[in-house]
Structure formats: structure tokens, C-alpha cells
Design a protein around this ligand. Sequence first.
Ligand code: PSV
Ligand code: MN
Length: 429
Amino acid sequence: MTLPVSEELIAGANAREINALEDEYAALGRKLERSGIAIDAVKDRVAGFSVAVPTWGAGRGGTRFAKFPVPGEPTNIHEKLEDCAVINQLSRMTPRVSPHFPWDTVSDYKALREEAAELGLGFDAVNSNTFQDQPGQVQSYATGSLASTVAATRRQAVEHNIECIEFGRQLGSTDLTVWVGDGTNFPGQQDLARSLDRYLEAAAEIYAALPGDWRMLIEHKMFEPAFYSTVISDWGSSILAAQELGPKAKCLVDLGHHAPNTNIEQIVARLHRFGKLGGFHFNDSKYGDDDLDSGSINPHQLFLVFNELVEAELNPRDGFNPSYMIDQSHNVTDPIESMISSAETIGACFAKALLVDREALHLAQEANDTMMAFQALRRAYNVDVGPILAKARLEAGGAIDALRAYRESKWRERKAQERKPAGLGAGIV
Ligand code: PSV
Ligand code: MN
């Protein structure tokens, strides 16, 4: 394996920070021990936690107004893999990447899998793209894909998804994530019931092509690019579709795809209740946007989501095994830095959820002791779990302060010299 950042640089950076970390870890250990929590056990759970990164997140995103490339950003899947390897080498929490087709198309997927393995990476869910037209494409997705009124367009979209399964099979994936941009911009534009019928019929053909151990993750989104209605608009449409398709179909919750103030943690609990929670796209949002950095706006919500996930794990239904992934658009930051920071935030929310005194919480819930139930969550949320994450990273070979080590590596400056410039134009994610 050849990792991109020099091991000496990481060791040197860690040597400067190790004493402070040991001190903080020991102090936190004593504090947690007073509550009957063994810090090493929490650290081991955190060490076993991982979240995938999206290949498209390695580039600058942008809005529909503009995209401002960062010098040295990747322009092909090989460079994206290198950047994802940097994130994982330093954070040790992102060992898998999630590719998007046709953006990441190559001629040899076996070779791509080997290239990734050489960088310490594997592949997570594959994503199909029937929300854009590609050069030379016969049918246009301008008015829909899986739910299109045009049979030949639906066929093309189905075939693309089946092709993605084949790419994923060669890459070692076992999940296909299907998000469609299908929907309408005007009342009356399409028949709301019939468009769902068409979607379901087309999705069933994709479902039928899934290998035995694969899942189809259905991602809902309330609006954009369609602004009046979307075909899979919410978790209700998503779970109905997943139930109709069959046991291999699950729901994927992209945190940004809901109306502001939606109780996403409750959606998580509901989907789990019916064995349909398949995965997450982590990000954050403030207004109608859906791609800000995870936990940058509402880290408490992220914690509450993880609280439900830890509850779900203790009470598993139908093979609880959600796939975790980051899905953000980095418009003004270095994407590597954003994903290092987001992985840390996501891991921290998981760690805090592990610290919740479940017995106290459940007893208070049963006794209708509202304040003590809330305090059980609040006590855990207030703990600074940074030393636990840093220690897990260090022991796995990563950097105690991953962002600082990244800056010291001057990775982006070096890539700015080596890589061809990324194009201007509008963003896509
Ligand atoms: C759509 O907004 C989305 O969240 C889907 O997951 C897409 O695959 C991704 O963003 C990239 O556009
Ligand atoms: Mn998404």
C-alpha cells in the first residue's frame, strides 16, 4: 500500500501533540469513570466506526450561479481517489468511497478497485445519475427519467442503473443508491399518481437486477431540481416504494432533503421500526440548501440522529446495517478539509450517543420524568469527546490533529502545481 501523505510528517506532528492528548484523554477517562463509563470501550467503538466519502465531494461543488474551482482540485476519478486517501490516512474514519456514474466511468473497474486498494480504500454504494443528460445520450431526462412519460427514456434510465450495478459488482460494492430528479415545476404538469406508478414499475426492473446480497437504497428529496413536486419527495413515498419493491429495497436519508425544522431523528426511528433504514447522506442545511458541512449548522440534530441509531442498534430489526456516507457540496472550502472536519463531527456525534446513560434515559421515559430524560441526553451531548476521537485516530495510524497535519503536508499546494486546472461553470452537487 502506498499512502499519499508522508508517514514521517504524521509521526512528527503527532510527537508534538501526544503529551497534551494523553493528558486530556486521562482527564476525560476519570470524568467518565465517575459515571461508570470505561473510556477505552468507547474509544474502541469509535475506532470501529466509519463513514464513506463521495468521489464528487472531492471537487469544489458550487451553486447554480457559479463554481469557483480551488487550484489543485481533482478532475478525474484517479485524482479524486488520491484526495479521498488523504482524508482517510489522516482521519482513519473514511476507508470507503462512493462513486457516481457516469462521472467516475473508467474502462477497467478491476484496475480501479486495485488502484483504490493500493491507497487503502474500498468502494461503498454506487450512485446512478439520471438527473443530467450526457453527451451522445439518446433520450433526454429533461422531463424525467424513471418516471418519464416516454417509455424509451424509462428504459434508458433502467439500463443505466443496471450498468451501475455491474460496475459496482466489479468494485466490490453491495449497494445501489437511486436518487432521481424527477418531478414537476407547475401544478398540473404531470399526474401525481401516474408518475409514481411509472417510477415503481421502472424501479422494479432495477430491483430485479440486484445480485442476492445487494440493496437498493431509495433517496428522497423534497425539492430541487423540481420545485413543485418530486416523485420520491419524502420518507413516506420512500418507504412505500421500498415496501412495494421488496426486502432488498431500503430508504436512504439525506439529512438536507427535508423541509426546515423537520424532525429527522423521528424519521430515522420510524424507518428503523419497519426495517427500512438503509443509509444516510450526512450534510447540514440552514434554509432550502441541502449540502452544507455535516454538523456545521445543527450538530445537536446530528447527535439526536445518532442517539436513534444507537437505540436502533440495541433493538435491531431486519438486519440493521445502515450505510453511512457524507454528501456535501464544498463551495468555499478545500474539500479535503471539509471532509476531514465532517468525519470528525459525525464520529463525535456517534461517540456522544454512546455516552448516553441508556438505563437512566429509559427509566425516566417510563416514569414520564421529562426533565431527567432530557438531562440523560444533555449530559452526553455536553461532553467534549475530542480526545476519544484523537486517540482512536492515533492508534489507527492517523493524525492527532488531522487538519493541522493536512496543512503541514502542503498537499493542495503541491497538487496545484501538478494537476490540470478544473473548469469553470455551474456546480452540480
Ligand atoms: C441530490 O441532491 C443528491 O443528494 C443525491 O445524493 C445525488 O446523487 C447527489 O446529491 C449528487 O448530486
Ligand atoms: Mn444525497
